[in-house]
Design a protein. Structure first.
Length: 93
């Protein structure tokens, strides 16, 4: 097996382990096991990872976004990166 496949496999297993461990508190409902709650928590965590702009936190009954305006800043950074790269390669000729 190539080293790249091993690195990718380790990364995916690590992410899966972190997600499953993060959902563990939802597994316990008092002294009972709540498997459906655990599955819902895993789905919620995966959904939050896929859509990071929907991650929120609450402080004194107010809800705030964890990443406010992240896509506008990311787009601006990518534009700067592309323009700088084009400029560099035009000078390199």
């Amino acid at each position: 097996m190539s080293i790249y496949y091993r690195i990718i496999l380790k990364f995916l297993l690590t992410v899966m382990g972190i997600v499953l461990a993060a959902a563990l508190p939802a597994l316990f409902d008092g002294l009972k096991l709540n498997v459906y709650g655990y599955i819902d928590a895993v789905e919620s965590i995966v959904s939050s990872m896929v859509h990071p702009s929907t991650i929120t936190y609450d402080v004194f009954e107010k809800t705030y976004s964890v990443f406010p305006g992240i896509w506008q800043r990311w787009e601006y950074s990518m534009i700067l990166l592309v323009v700088a790269s084009l400029h560099f390669f035009s000078l390199w000729r």
